[in-house]
Design a binder for this molecule. Sequence first.
Ligand code: FES
Ligand SMILES: [Fe+2]
Length: 379
Amino acid sequence: MDKQTQVELLDELVQLHQSKSPFLDEHWVKVDSDRYTSGKVFDRERERIHRGLPQIAAHVSALAEPGAFVTVEVVGSPLLLTRDEQGDVRAFYNVCRHRGAQLVPEAAGCKHRFSCPYHAWTWNNAGDLIAVPHEKSGFPGLERAEHGLHSVPCEVHAGWIWVNLAEGAETVDVAAHLGEMAADMEAMQAQDHVVFDCVTLDIPANWKLLVEGGLEAYHFRVAHRNTIAPLFLDNLSSYRCFGPHMRSILPRATLPGIREQAASDWSLGEHANVLYTVFATAQFLVQEDHFIWIQSKPLDAGNTRLVLSTMVPVEANTPERQAYWKKNHELTLVTLIEDFDLAEGIQRGFSSGVRQPLNFGRFEGALEAFNRTVDGYLA
Ligand code: FES
Ligand SMILES: [Fe+2]
Protein backbone atom coordinates (compact mmCIF):
# COMPACT_ATOMS: atom_id res chain seq x y z
CA MET A 1 0.00 0.00 0.00
CA ASP A 2 1.44 3.42 -0.92
CA LYS A 3 2.55 5.82 1.78
CA GLN A 4 -0.18 8.36 1.11
CA THR A 5 -2.95 5.79 1.54
CA GLN A 6 -1.35 4.56 4.77
CA VAL A 7 -1.20 8.12 6.11
CA GLU A 8 -4.81 8.82 5.10
CA LEU A 9 -6.08 5.65 6.74
CA LEU A 10 -4.16 6.37 9.94
CA ASP A 11 -5.15 10.02 9.95
CA GLU A 12 -8.84 9.17 9.66
CA LEU A 13 -8.60 6.87 12.68
CA VAL A 14 -6.47 9.28 14.73
CA GLN A 15 -9.07 11.99 14.19
CA LEU A 16 -11.93 9.68 15.11
CA HIS A 17 -10.05 8.65 18.25
CA GLN A 18 -9.40 12.29 19.13
CA SER A 19 -13.05 13.16 18.76
CA LYS A 20 -14.01 10.01 20.70
CA SER A 21 -16.10 8.71 17.84
CA PRO A 22 -16.21 5.30 16.20
CA PHE A 23 -16.21 4.94 12.40
CA LEU A 24 -19.93 5.27 11.70
CA ASP A 25 -22.18 4.29 8.83
CA GLU A 26 -25.35 6.24 8.13
CA HIS A 27 -27.86 3.85 9.71
CA TRP A 28 -28.05 0.78 11.83
CA VAL A 29 -29.93 -2.15 10.38
CA LYS A 30 -31.86 -5.28 11.24
CA VAL A 31 -31.00 -8.51 9.45
CA ASP A 32 -33.15 -11.64 9.23
CA SER A 33 -31.56 -14.67 10.89
CA ASP A 34 -32.87 -16.86 8.05
CA ARG A 35 -29.82 -16.07 5.99
CA TYR A 36 -27.70 -18.08 8.45
CA THR A 37 -29.97 -21.10 8.76
CA SER A 38 -31.79 -21.68 5.50
CA GLY A 39 -30.68 -24.63 3.41
CA LYS A 40 -32.18 -22.91 0.36
CA VAL A 41 -30.09 -19.79 0.91
CA PHE A 42 -27.01 -21.96 1.40
CA ASP A 43 -27.63 -23.87 -1.85
CA ARG A 44 -27.88 -20.59 -3.78
CA GLU A 45 -24.69 -19.31 -2.11
CA ARG A 46 -22.89 -22.49 -3.04
CA GLU A 47 -23.89 -22.24 -6.68
CA ARG A 48 -23.49 -18.51 -7.23
CA ILE A 49 -20.76 -17.54 -4.77
CA HIS A 50 -18.68 -20.50 -3.67
CA ARG A 51 -18.71 -22.33 -6.99
CA GLY A 52 -19.42 -19.25 -9.06
CA LEU A 53 -16.35 -17.20 -8.09
CA PRO A 54 -12.61 -17.97 -8.17
CA GLN A 55 -11.47 -19.70 -5.01
CA ILE A 56 -8.05 -20.05 -3.41
CA ALA A 57 -7.20 -23.75 -3.39
CA ALA A 58 -3.68 -23.60 -1.90
CA HIS A 59 -0.65 -21.46 -1.23
CA VAL A 60 1.90 -21.68 -4.02
CA SER A 61 4.51 -23.18 -1.65
CA ALA A 62 2.41 -26.37 -1.65
CA LEU A 63 3.75 -27.03 -5.18
CA ALA A 64 7.36 -25.98 -4.89
CA GLU A 65 8.84 -28.07 -7.73
CA PRO A 66 7.87 -30.31 -10.67
CA GLY A 67 6.36 -33.52 -9.33
CA ALA A 68 4.92 -31.88 -6.21
CA PHE A 69 1.24 -32.54 -5.59
CA VAL A 70 -1.35 -31.72 -2.97
CA THR A 71 -4.93 -32.85 -2.50
CA VAL A 72 -7.47 -30.33 -1.25
CA GLU A 73 -11.19 -29.96 -0.93
CA VAL A 74 -12.68 -26.84 -2.47
CA VAL A 75 -16.42 -26.21 -2.19
CA GLY A 76 -17.04 -29.88 -1.48
CA SER A 77 -15.02 -31.04 -4.50
CA PRO A 78 -11.93 -33.19 -3.95
CA LEU A 79 -9.14 -31.73 -6.08
CA LEU A 80 -5.65 -32.85 -7.00
CA LEU A 81 -3.21 -30.01 -7.64
CA THR A 82 0.07 -30.81 -9.38
CA ARG A 83 3.14 -29.10 -10.78
CA ASP A 84 3.91 -30.93 -13.98
CA GLU A 85 7.29 -31.58 -15.67
CA GLN A 86 7.08 -28.23 -17.48
CA GLY A 87 6.61 -26.46 -14.15
CA ASP A 88 2.94 -25.64 -14.86
CA VAL A 89 0.44 -25.83 -12.04
CA ARG A 90 -2.61 -27.94 -12.84
CA ALA A 91 -5.83 -28.80 -11.05
CA PHE A 92 -7.94 -31.93 -11.53
CA TYR A 93 -10.84 -33.61 -9.85
CA ASN A 94 -9.28 -36.26 -7.62
CA VAL A 95 -11.56 -38.85 -9.19
CA CYS A 96 -10.52 -41.91 -11.21
CA ARG A 97 -11.84 -42.03 -14.77
CA HIS A 98 -12.39 -45.82 -14.60
CA ARG A 99 -15.03 -46.22 -11.89
CA GLY A 100 -14.67 -43.12 -9.82
CA ALA A 101 -12.38 -44.15 -6.96
CA GLN A 102 -10.47 -41.47 -5.08
CA LEU A 103 -7.31 -41.40 -7.17
CA VAL A 104 -4.85 -39.90 -4.69
CA PRO A 105 -5.44 -40.54 -0.99
CA GLU A 106 -2.30 -38.79 0.28
CA ALA A 107 -2.47 -35.15 1.42
CA ALA A 108 0.73 -34.10 -0.36
CA GLY A 109 4.01 -35.38 -1.73
CA CYS A 110 6.09 -35.76 -4.87
CA LYS A 111 4.92 -38.10 -7.64
CA HIS A 112 5.19 -38.02 -11.40
CA ARG A 113 2.41 -40.55 -11.97
CA PHE A 114 -0.73 -41.41 -10.08
CA SER A 115 -1.92 -44.99 -10.03
CA CYS A 116 -5.48 -45.61 -8.85
CA PRO A 117 -5.59 -47.77 -5.69
CA TYR A 118 -8.54 -49.76 -7.12
CA HIS A 119 -7.42 -51.23 -10.52
CA ALA A 120 -4.28 -49.21 -11.22
CA TRP A 121 -5.34 -47.03 -14.13
CA THR A 122 -2.48 -44.52 -14.16
CA TRP A 123 -2.12 -40.85 -15.16
CA ASN A 124 0.92 -38.60 -15.34
CA ASN A 125 0.96 -35.29 -13.46
CA ALA A 126 -0.30 -33.46 -16.54
CA GLY A 127 -3.47 -35.58 -16.32
CA ASP A 128 -2.78 -37.86 -19.32
CA LEU A 129 -3.86 -41.48 -19.03
CA ILE A 130 -0.69 -43.55 -19.43
CA ALA A 131 -1.54 -47.10 -18.29
CA VAL A 132 -4.60 -49.36 -18.14
CA PRO A 133 -4.06 -52.94 -16.92
CA HIS A 134 -5.53 -55.53 -19.34
CA GLU A 135 -6.52 -52.71 -21.64
CA LYS A 136 -6.69 -54.74 -24.88
CA SER A 137 -9.00 -57.45 -23.54
CA GLY A 138 -11.12 -55.29 -21.25
CA PHE A 139 -11.42 -51.97 -23.06
CA PRO A 140 -10.80 -52.57 -26.78
CA GLY A 141 -10.71 -49.30 -28.67
CA LEU A 142 -10.39 -47.16 -25.52
CA GLU A 143 -9.29 -43.66 -26.49
CA ARG A 144 -6.74 -42.74 -23.85
CA ALA A 145 -6.84 -39.10 -24.96
CA GLU A 146 -10.51 -38.98 -23.98
CA HIS A 147 -9.82 -40.33 -20.52
CA GLY A 148 -7.46 -37.75 -19.13
CA LEU A 149 -8.24 -36.59 -15.61
CA HIS A 150 -11.05 -34.04 -15.51
CA SER A 151 -9.27 -30.74 -15.22
CA VAL A 152 -10.36 -27.61 -13.40
CA PRO A 153 -9.25 -24.15 -14.58
CA CYS A 154 -6.49 -22.89 -12.31
CA GLU A 155 -4.11 -19.96 -12.15
CA VAL A 156 -1.26 -18.88 -9.92
CA HIS A 157 -1.76 -15.28 -8.86
CA ALA A 158 -0.15 -13.22 -6.08
CA GLY A 159 1.29 -16.32 -4.42
CA TRP A 160 -1.96 -18.31 -4.40
CA ILE A 161 -3.30 -21.16 -6.52
CA TRP A 162 -6.81 -20.22 -7.61
CA VAL A 163 -9.40 -22.49 -9.17
CA ASN A 164 -12.71 -21.89 -10.85
CA LEU A 165 -15.38 -24.52 -10.22
CA ALA A 166 -18.13 -22.69 -12.07
CA GLU A 167 -20.03 -24.93 -14.50
CA GLY A 168 -18.41 -24.80 -17.94
CA ALA A 169 -15.62 -22.42 -16.85
CA GLU A 170 -12.45 -22.61 -18.95
CA THR A 171 -10.31 -19.99 -17.21
CA VAL A 172 -9.87 -18.25 -13.87
CA ASP A 173 -9.60 -14.52 -14.32
CA VAL A 174 -8.17 -13.72 -10.90
CA ALA A 175 -7.13 -10.18 -11.82
CA ALA A 176 -10.68 -9.35 -12.89
CA HIS A 177 -12.07 -10.98 -9.75
CA LEU A 178 -9.74 -9.01 -7.47
CA GLY A 179 -10.21 -5.72 -9.33
CA GLU A 180 -8.98 -2.82 -7.21
CA MET A 181 -7.99 -5.24 -4.46
CA ALA A 182 -5.26 -6.73 -6.69
CA ALA A 183 -2.59 -4.20 -5.69
CA ASP A 184 -3.03 -4.90 -1.97
CA MET A 185 -2.95 -8.64 -2.64
CA GLU A 186 0.34 -8.24 -4.53
CA ALA A 187 1.74 -6.08 -1.72
CA MET A 188 1.19 -8.90 0.75
CA GLN A 189 3.93 -10.81 -1.15
CA ALA A 190 2.40 -14.13 -0.24
CA GLN A 191 4.78 -15.91 -2.62
CA ASP A 192 7.67 -14.94 -0.31
CA HIS A 193 5.99 -16.52 2.71
CA VAL A 194 5.63 -20.09 3.97
CA VAL A 195 3.03 -21.79 6.08
CA PHE A 196 4.55 -21.83 9.57
CA ASP A 197 1.67 -23.74 11.11
CA CYS A 198 -1.84 -24.63 10.09
CA VAL A 199 -4.93 -25.80 11.97
CA THR A 200 -8.23 -27.14 10.61
CA LEU A 201 -11.34 -26.58 12.71
CA ASP A 202 -14.89 -27.79 12.08
CA ILE A 203 -17.24 -25.19 13.52
CA PRO A 204 -21.00 -25.65 13.81
CA ALA A 205 -21.81 -22.16 12.55
CA ASN A 206 -22.75 -20.56 9.26
CA TRP A 207 -19.76 -19.39 7.20
CA LYS A 208 -20.99 -15.78 7.16
CA LEU A 209 -21.00 -15.55 10.96
CA LEU A 210 -17.33 -16.55 10.90
CA VAL A 211 -16.43 -13.93 8.28
CA GLU A 212 -18.40 -11.26 10.16
CA GLY A 213 -16.52 -12.03 13.38
CA GLY A 214 -13.48 -10.15 12.11
CA LEU A 215 -15.23 -7.15 10.62
CA GLU A 216 -15.81 -5.01 13.71
CA ALA A 217 -13.88 -3.96 16.81
CA TYR A 218 -17.02 -3.43 18.92
CA HIS A 219 -16.54 -6.82 20.55
CA PHE A 220 -12.81 -6.57 21.33
CA ARG A 221 -13.16 -5.08 24.83
CA VAL A 222 -15.69 -7.69 25.85
CA ALA A 223 -15.11 -10.91 23.94
CA HIS A 224 -11.32 -10.65 23.87
CA ARG A 225 -10.81 -9.14 27.33
CA ASN A 226 -8.49 -12.00 28.30
CA THR A 227 -6.47 -12.01 25.08
CA ILE A 228 -5.95 -9.16 22.63
CA ALA A 229 -8.24 -6.41 23.96
CA PRO A 230 -5.42 -4.42 25.64
CA LEU A 231 -3.54 -4.32 22.32
CA PHE A 232 -6.34 -2.50 20.48
CA LEU A 233 -8.45 0.63 20.82
CA ASP A 234 -12.00 0.17 21.99
CA ASN A 235 -14.58 0.00 19.20
CA LEU A 236 -12.46 1.67 16.57
CA SER A 237 -12.02 0.23 13.09
CA SER A 238 -12.63 1.45 9.57
CA TYR A 239 -13.40 -0.33 6.34
CA ARG A 240 -13.57 0.19 2.62
CA CYS A 241 -15.10 -2.01 -0.07
CA PHE A 242 -13.32 -2.84 -3.30
CA GLY A 243 -16.08 -4.39 -5.38
CA PRO A 244 -17.13 -7.46 -3.36
CA HIS A 245 -13.90 -7.43 -1.33
CA MET A 246 -13.15 -5.44 1.78
CA ARG A 247 -10.20 -3.93 3.60
CA SER A 248 -10.69 -3.35 7.33
CA ILE A 249 -8.23 -1.36 9.44
CA LEU A 250 -7.97 -2.38 13.10
CA PRO A 251 -5.83 0.20 14.90
CA ARG A 252 -3.65 -0.88 17.79
CA ALA A 253 -3.44 0.88 21.15
CA THR A 254 -0.25 2.63 19.97
CA LEU A 255 -2.17 4.68 17.38
CA PRO A 256 -2.68 7.89 19.44
CA GLY A 257 1.11 8.10 19.94
CA ILE A 258 1.73 8.76 16.24
CA ARG A 259 0.60 12.35 16.65
CA GLU A 260 4.06 12.96 18.11
CA GLN A 261 5.65 11.81 14.83
CA ALA A 262 5.83 13.50 11.44
CA ALA A 263 3.28 11.97 9.07
CA SER A 264 6.14 11.02 6.76
CA ASP A 265 7.25 8.53 9.46
CA TRP A 266 3.82 6.93 9.87
CA SER A 267 3.57 3.29 8.97
CA LEU A 268 0.24 1.48 8.90
CA GLY A 269 1.76 -1.89 9.82
CA GLU A 270 3.26 -0.45 12.98
CA HIS A 271 -0.05 0.83 14.34
CA ALA A 272 -2.79 -1.31 12.85
CA ASN A 273 -3.68 -4.77 11.68
CA VAL A 274 -5.27 -4.93 8.26
CA LEU A 275 -7.92 -7.53 7.54
CA TYR A 276 -8.61 -8.30 3.90
CA THR A 277 -11.82 -10.14 3.14
CA VAL A 278 -11.35 -11.59 -0.32
CA PHE A 279 -14.87 -12.43 -1.29
CA ALA A 280 -16.13 -14.76 -0.33
CA THR A 281 -14.20 -17.25 1.74
CA ALA A 282 -10.63 -16.02 2.26
CA GLN A 283 -9.51 -13.56 4.90
CA PHE A 284 -5.98 -12.31 5.47
CA LEU A 285 -5.09 -10.67 8.77
CA VAL A 286 -1.93 -8.73 8.02
CA GLN A 287 0.20 -7.95 11.06
CA GLU A 288 3.46 -6.12 11.33
CA ASP A 289 5.80 -8.99 10.43
CA HIS A 290 3.55 -11.83 9.22
CA PHE A 291 -0.02 -12.59 8.24
CA ILE A 292 -2.77 -15.06 9.02
CA TRP A 293 -4.67 -16.79 6.24
CA ILE A 294 -8.17 -17.86 7.22
CA GLN A 295 -9.84 -20.00 4.58
CA SER A 296 -13.42 -20.95 5.25
CA LYS A 297 -14.99 -23.96 3.60
CA PRO A 298 -18.74 -23.79 4.00
CA LEU A 299 -20.12 -27.33 4.50
CA ASP A 300 -23.82 -26.59 4.95
CA ALA A 301 -25.97 -23.79 6.36
CA GLY A 302 -24.89 -24.56 9.91
CA ASN A 303 -21.37 -25.92 9.51
CA THR A 304 -18.08 -24.54 8.28
CA ARG A 305 -14.58 -25.96 8.08
CA LEU A 306 -11.92 -23.34 8.73
CA VAL A 307 -8.27 -23.68 7.83
CA LEU A 308 -6.17 -21.22 9.71
CA SER A 309 -2.54 -20.75 8.64
CA THR A 310 0.17 -18.54 10.10
CA MET A 311 2.23 -17.30 7.14
CA VAL A 312 5.74 -16.05 7.85
CA PRO A 313 8.34 -14.55 5.52
CA VAL A 314 10.66 -17.24 4.14
CA GLU A 315 13.78 -15.43 5.35
CA ALA A 316 12.35 -14.99 8.85
CA ASN A 317 11.44 -18.65 9.26
CA THR A 318 14.74 -19.34 11.03
CA PRO A 319 15.40 -21.75 13.94
CA GLU A 320 15.91 -18.80 16.32
CA ARG A 321 12.47 -17.38 15.52
CA GLN A 322 10.44 -20.59 15.83
CA ALA A 323 9.41 -19.86 19.44
CA TYR A 324 8.31 -16.34 18.48
CA TRP A 325 6.18 -17.53 15.55
CA LYS A 326 4.73 -20.32 17.66
CA LYS A 327 3.68 -17.82 20.33
CA ASN A 328 2.04 -15.66 17.66
CA HIS A 329 0.28 -18.62 16.10
CA GLU A 330 -1.07 -19.71 19.47
CA LEU A 331 -2.31 -16.24 20.42
CA THR A 332 -4.11 -15.96 17.08
CA LEU A 333 -5.65 -19.37 17.57
CA VAL A 334 -6.86 -18.67 21.12
CA THR A 335 -8.30 -15.31 20.03
CA LEU A 336 -10.07 -16.65 16.98
CA ILE A 337 -11.47 -19.55 18.95
CA GLU A 338 -13.07 -16.93 21.22
CA ASP A 339 -14.81 -15.60 18.08
CA PHE A 340 -15.73 -19.05 16.77
CA ASP A 341 -17.23 -20.11 20.12
CA LEU A 342 -19.45 -17.04 20.01
CA ALA A 343 -20.51 -17.81 16.44
CA GLU A 344 -21.32 -21.36 17.49
CA GLY A 345 -23.50 -19.99 20.30
CA ILE A 346 -25.30 -17.69 17.86
CA GLN A 347 -26.01 -20.61 15.54
CA ARG A 348 -27.34 -22.64 18.49
CA GLY A 349 -29.58 -19.68 19.36
CA PHE A 350 -30.98 -19.68 15.83
CA SER A 351 -31.91 -23.33 16.13
CA SER A 352 -33.64 -22.74 19.49
CA GLY A 353 -36.64 -21.55 17.50
CA VAL A 354 -36.68 -18.00 18.82
CA ARG A 355 -37.35 -15.68 15.89
CA GLN A 356 -35.52 -12.41 16.11
CA PRO A 357 -33.52 -10.28 13.71
CA LEU A 358 -29.87 -9.41 14.30
CA ASN A 359 -28.94 -5.78 14.86
CA PHE A 360 -25.90 -4.30 13.12
CA GLY A 361 -24.93 -0.99 14.72
CA ARG A 362 -23.60 2.02 12.81
CA PHE A 363 -20.04 0.95 13.77
CA GLU A 364 -20.79 -2.58 12.48
CA GLY A 365 -21.43 -1.33 8.96
CA ALA A 366 -18.86 -3.68 7.45
CA LEU A 367 -21.14 -6.60 8.36
CA GLU A 368 -24.01 -4.98 6.52
CA ALA A 369 -21.76 -4.27 3.52
CA PHE A 370 -20.62 -7.89 3.44
CA ASN A 371 -24.18 -9.17 3.59
CA ARG A 372 -25.28 -6.73 0.88
CA THR A 373 -22.57 -8.19 -1.33
CA VAL A 374 -23.80 -11.71 -0.63
CA ASP A 375 -27.36 -10.61 -1.46
CA GLY A 376 -26.13 -9.04 -4.68
CA TYR A 377 -24.90 -12.42 -5.89
CA LEU A 378 -28.07 -14.22 -4.80
CA ALA A 379 -30.51 -11.75 -6.34
S1 FES B 1 -11.65 -47.17 -10.12
FE1 FES B 1 -9.68 -46.46 -10.55
S2 FES B 1 -8.74 -48.02 -11.67
FE2 FES B 1 -10.69 -48.76 -11.26
FE1 LIG C 1 -12.81 -11.26 17.40
